[in-house]
Design a protein around this ligand. Sequence first.
Ligand SMILES: [Zn+2]
Length: 433
Amino acid sequence: MIWNEHIECMNRDELRNLQSKRLCETVERVYYNVPFYRKKMQEFGLEPGDIKGMDDLTKLPFTTKQDLRDNYPFGLFAVPMSDVVRVHASSGTTGKPTVVGYTRRDLSSWSEVVARSLHCAGVGKEDRIQIAYGYGLFTGGLGVHYGAEKVGATVIPISGGNTKKQLQLMQDFSSTVLACTPSYALYLAEAMEEHGIDPSKLHLKVGIFGAEPWTHNMRLEIEEKLHIKAIDIYGLSEVIGPGVANECAYQNGLHVFEDHFLPETIDSTSLKSVPKGMEGELVFTTITKEALPILRYRTRDLTILNDEKCQCGRTMTRMQKCTGRSDDMLIIRGVNIFPSQIESVLLEISETKPHYMLFVDRHNNLDTLEVWVEVDGVFFSDEIRQLENLTRKITHEIQSTLGISVKVKLVEPKTIERSEGKAKRVIDRRQLK
Ligand SMILES: [Zn+2]
């Protein structure tokens, strides 16, 4: 199933010509319409004519989340507000939210890339898609919604949360597709178990999961528990929302819809491009957006790009599944730690549940890491020695993976607060001091 074969399977030389043309148009658009970019380009000694195509991409300045905040709310828009037909905003954990805008054509491009994403996942007009991403300012719900309508699927716009209703409609409406965050998918699987719902009796065949980084092991866990294929969708509101890239049936990297978004990978410290095949921070330049065109946006997600043709026939570059971010990286006693590393360890231990929480503290100038892990309730009714043995085993596994000492605390099921959106895994108390 390929939604737009002409583009998605385009010869790469032809694609590069198209990208070059669109990049030049975008650079002109931002230079003449967005004072922020004009100033930045002038600082770099650049004029629109200096950018002649893809070879000049790396001459352009970067954009960061902070730049969006500094220009809150509409300072980076390149069109008058009368041409903006929708805004979305991401909740800022610190300070102001970041606001993004769309013209009518932007919304049409967005539903186009989501339609491609859904076809990548094997979703078409016969499907019934339960959209359990939040509707509202968050791009997840409405973003997937319009793409799903475009492919002609039956949309069930239930939005996030309300787990009981999710399960009821999933059964009564025979949903075939579930779209939500991967952590909520696991939460739903748990709720099914609790309510005695057998997932193999449901009609679900595929899940489209995104909005947070998740590991390969988490994929296996979801696929096993829900009896579905778990497909990764990637996107961020600053670029457009969900649908920037999506996995095909081969689940071997996410196809980036490069006729709209140019991907690059850079070294987060030197800001130099990293060679193909090496891990780097993912950077995007939009080349068709009108309301909020963005140059070289630093996503903080780490990935590897691969532009070899995929078995599915698509030629669009694939980005490796993002499992870590350059900014949720914790530095504990000088060691770089990603929560996803701990998650991978826990998923390999059969006694643990995929719910955990990390607490980072600083005592007497020494950083400490405590990991709370949910384990099966039976461990709390059995001998204390069993609990101790399991604690020791988990501690050992985590320590040998991370290379630092950690304190593990086993907790009973449901101790850790469940999230119906993005899971919060880390509490870093060091920042509060
Ligand atoms: Zn493919």
